[in-house]
Design a protein around this ligand. Structure first.
Ligand code: GLC
Ligand code: CA
Length: 559
């Protein structure tokens, strides 16, 4: 077995700084706000904080468009605030993982400003410039945020590529100087003492030469992913990055890899350690996608979810390492997606989802507010959308009459990234204790029922359940290292699986149903005496036949 690593035993907590905690009343979360909540995270028991981008940015895509990689966004504070936050985190034993956004920069980055200034500027080739074809864009690719992936630039009569917004021009990774520039910047942060990188859309950095047209999707544009995701040189680049930077420090690294398959993941996250520690795959998140990208209101079938999770669990076994997530700043709240966010079942289903994820093999990620059972936001008008993706999608879907206004609003309300970005609910005071001013995005009105203060004070809260779950990981190696095996693949109600290690076995049973369901313990365990490690309904004993309450979960240990 490969050598054991600290990041395999860790739990990561993602902070979306804009929405976490505002220290100065301007309605925008900031670094001093984060510093003031580190004790809260320590109490939760997590090991690593992943910070969504805190760099200088015009905020076209909320910090994922960076104009200075060595400066802090003004709204978030100063570099001194950052250094204080980092030092305090370290003094509490918490590590800091930075978001690394290097598929693209902001169009306001000095390099792009130079690059676009003339065809013979020394930095021209830092980005991807092409001539038009017959007065149109160089190819038919659509951007992830709607419209063409190419923007015409009059000054030099060429187009530049942007897989995301036109304020996010793609860097040209084929240029050696670009890669060196990236590695220098990474080294600068590592020398500051940071503990890792989450690499934004890193699977897209190498494009197929010739940039061929893609198959046309419902919005009339070509789909770029077959020519950008896991491109021809991506592993070469990451191995180089590993040699030049990553291998020189003791870091946790995770690549956000849209379009990644199990086979590709074995290269990105191989236990031989030549590239990254792990990847974020999207297959389970895309199960309710479809013809119109992700815009629909479809439910994910549990059998499909189990199939995908199990494929990744067994596919990477012994070869690479999984990252485990239900939520992040790009996804609606899982509780509103696969759980039940009604007051009656909210807490039970939040605990069940947490158990189901954290008992799998891999490094679990908790997204801010998930540990409280925060839910999707009840949008009442398209004017409430703040995210460029939602705003553009609403415009495009209604203008092209792909959906009626009503359906477009319904689908986007359900899937919008803004669902994850409403302010963290700290207490039941004004604006949920997030700010003393007026927040940049509306607070979910359910903060009077769902907030950290109330949950910390109540022993059976979702918060304390997460604490137990995280603590168990430290106590039982089987949770970290045990082999995974799926039970009951055909059940649409129950996700049951085993983790096994030498003589030990862990049986994890999670009901995704609002009805009572019956579960029969596998025969070989019926004789053995097991203990209940965790239960969301206070179950004390195991019986051969279990009647599971709505959204009940339980973890049994057999030794
Ligand atoms: C990643 C980020 C997302 C961002 C996109 C472009 O998917 O998680 O928030 O919009 O990359 O940088
Ligand atoms: Ca602020």
């Amino acid at each position: 077995m490969a050598e054991k690593k600290w990041w395999q035993k860790s739990v990561v907590y993602q902070i979306y700084p804009r929405s976490f905690c505002d220290s100065n009343g301007d309605g925008i979360g900031d670094l001093n706000g984060i510093s003031s909540k580190l004790e809260y995270l320590k109490e939760l028991g997590i090991d690593v904080i992943w910070l969504s981008p805190i760099y200088q940015s015009p905020n076209d895509d909320m910090g994922y468009d960076i104009s200075d990689y060595r400066a802090v966004m003004k709204e978030f504070g100063t570099m001194e605030d950052y250094d204080r936050m980092l030092a305090k985190a370290h003094s509490l034993g918490l590590k800091i993982m930075m978001d690394l956004v290097v598929n693209h920069t902001s169009d306001e980055h000095p390099l792009f400003v130079e690059s676009r200034s003339s065809k013979d500027n020394p930095h021209r080739d830092f980005y991807i410039w092409r001539d038009g074809k017959d007065g149109k864009a160089p190819n038919n690719w659509g951007s992830s945020f709607g419209g063409s992936a190419w923007e015409y630039d009059e000054a030099t009569d060429q187009y530049y590529l942007h897989l995301f917004s036109k304020k996010q021009p793609d860097l040209n990774w084929e240029n050696d100087a670009v890669r060196k520039w990236v590695y220098d910047m990474m080294t600068w942060w590592c020398d500051k003492g940071i503990d890792g990188f989450r690499m934004d859309v890193i699977s897209l950095i190498s494009k197929v030469p010739g940039l061929p047209d893609g198959e046309v999707g419902k919005n009339g544009y070509g789909i770029f992913s077959p020519y950008c995701a896991n491109g021809p040189r991506v592993h070469e680049y990451l191995q180089e990055m590993n040699r030049e930077v990553l291998s020189k420090y003791d870091l946790i690294t995770v690549g956000e890899c849209s379009g990644v398959t199990v086979e590709e993941a074995k290269k990105y996250a191989s236990s031989s350690g030549e590239e990254l520690n792990m990847v974020f795959q999207f297959e389970h998140m895309d199960l309710d996608g479809g013809e119109s990208f992700k815009w629909n209101h479809d439910k994910i079938r549990l059998t499909k979810l189990k199939e995908v999770m199990s494929k990744w669990q067994t596919g990477l076994e012994g070869k690479a390492w999984n990252s485990l997530y239900w939520c992040n700043h790009d996804q609606p709240r899982m509780l509103s997606r696969m759980g039940n966010d009604s007051p009656k079942y909210r807490e039970a289903s939040a605990k069940m989802l947490a158990t189901c994820l954290h008992m799998l093999k891999g490094t679990p990620y908790v997204y801010q507010g998930e540990e409280l059972g925060m839910t999707n936001y009840p949008f009442t008008s398209p004017n409430e959308f703040r995210d460029i993706e939602s705003i553009n999608a609403y415009r495009e879907l209604t203008e092209k009459e792909i959906f009626s206004r009503k359906d477009a609003f319904d689908y986007i309300s359900y899937k919008s990234r803004d669902n994850a970005r409403t302010p963290m609910q700290w207490d039941d005071g004004p604006q949920a204790g997030f700010t003393t001013g007026s927040p940049w995005i509306a607070v979910n009105p359910n903060y009077t029922q769902i907030n950290a203060k109330e949950q910390i004070a109540r022993k059976d809260s979702v918060f304390h359940y997460y604490r137990k779950l995280i603590a168990l990981r430290r106590q039982y190696d089987i949770i970290v290292y045990g082999d995974y095996g799926l039970l009951l693949p055909d059940s649409e109600e129950i996700y049951a699986y085993l983790r096994t290690r030498e003589e030990q076995a862990l049986l994890v049973v999670c009901s995704f149903s609002e009805q009572e369901t019956v579960y029969e313990i596998p025969g070989r365990f019926a004789e053995k005496s097991g203990t209940v490690l965790l239960s969301n309904y206070g179950r004390k004993e195991i019986s051969a036949i279990l009647t599971l309450k709505p959204y009940e979960c339980a973890v049994f240990l057999y030794e």
